[in-house]
Write a protein that binds this ligand. Sequence first.
Ligand code: 6PG
Length: 495
Amino acid sequence: MTSTPCNIAMIGLGVMGRNLALNLLEHGFSVAGYDLQADLTTQAGAEAAALGKAAFVACDSLAQVLANLQTPRVIALSVPAGPAVDTVISALLDAGLALQDTVIDTGNSLWTDTIARDKAYQGKLQFFSTAVSGGELGARHGPSLMASGSADAWRQVGPMWKAIAAQVDVAGMPLPPLSQGEACAAYLGPDGAGHYVKMVHNGIEYADMQLICEVYQFLRQQLKMTAPEIGQIFALWNQGVLNSYLMEISADILQQADPQTGRPLVEMILDKAGQKGTGLWTAVNSLEVGSPAPTIAQAVFARAMSGMKPQRLQAEKTLMLVTDDSLQMSQDDIIAQLHDALYCAKLCTYAQGFALMKATASEQSWALDYAEIARIWRAGCIIRAIFLQDISRAFEQQPDLDNLLLADHFRRTLTERQLNWRKAVANASLTGIAMPGLSSALHYFDGLRTGESSASLLQAQRDYFGAHSYARTDQPEASKFHLTWSQSPRHQVQV
Ligand code: 6PG
């Protein structure tokens, strides 16, 4: 054991774990590091030494990790989501972990697994979780951290997380690494709240990426613009209301030439999207809880469609586009329409995500602070965007806001930009360019603003073939009725 026990342990020194450890070291915390793969521990030790920080203790066993920590101990796990988390925790218990010690799962775990672990480890250890967003660079220089578990554990862990998280100034603008401002780290509630919020973050991430890709596709296919030209448009958009990390990297990607052929690199990348599953989890949660997130679901479907490359190539030859030449607008008009469509659809995506969080929070009896969630997404995470400042303000002004689209600021924006959004979706439809994200967001918007929907007919259909009953507009909703559709004369009975 070293003379000074460490503040925290990092178990799992792959890309994320190693960079979180370096970030902690750089902020003055001492770290005991361990990985099953000894070469990863050695690499972390070498990188820590290069930082000029002596406070990294490279351990070669879990027992050594425990012996090198202040008590009560804080141990962060950066291991793959799933059974590995429990395997490591059980090994830690065998190595002598105490009831007062806190174990933090920093992986992309499924939130319901986190709830189950929170229960399973009661009476054995303090189980805590912290979802990390921002990838490798975020972990190293300032991630967004979504924590949950016991409030006691947060008192011990919080100061470290607040120190290493991304920081923003009072206007919500990201600060350079090692600055001090408002930290993008927060305690969000008990058990699975942090992982849940991260899951919705990822769902929004999927949709946001898909929306940008749809605009790229339209500009490329319909306006025949080159990738670098589109990259320049995106770079320009990134200066305004669409300013976001995903816009910025998309602009950069599109202007990147392939080192081998000199062609735009994006054109050399096979159009089959991968996924690890967090978008799917969000879509499933949306279906289960009954809070529509169609743009997130469409983003998952779009990745699935991208995977059907052979079928797409076949269908391209056989399913002919039938259209007319009705798209007669200037290039500038079309670009302006796509800009507004992207902004409105992005807003709808966030509205879906926040409404979904509200629905699940109510089921789980979590008191999620939506203004705080928007605040910790302003920097460090993948969906960081300038308009998260507006979102946090909307929830500060109206913490009970049912839907983000109803906030004054966004209501006005949607009124101003709506026609362009409709035109962009109509153009895509007329020219046969798939826009599942941009159009599903528009349908969400229109669905939400439809006071009297077609579900009356749907209820009648259900009652017709299944005697499922219906409520009447002139009676209390709890009173149910059935029409004897198969009898003559038909009569209505209360059921
Ligand atoms: C982040 C990212 C990160 C990751 C996901 C998405 O917030 O840092 O969301 O968690 O990129 O794994 O990956 P897929 O696109 O492969 O599902």
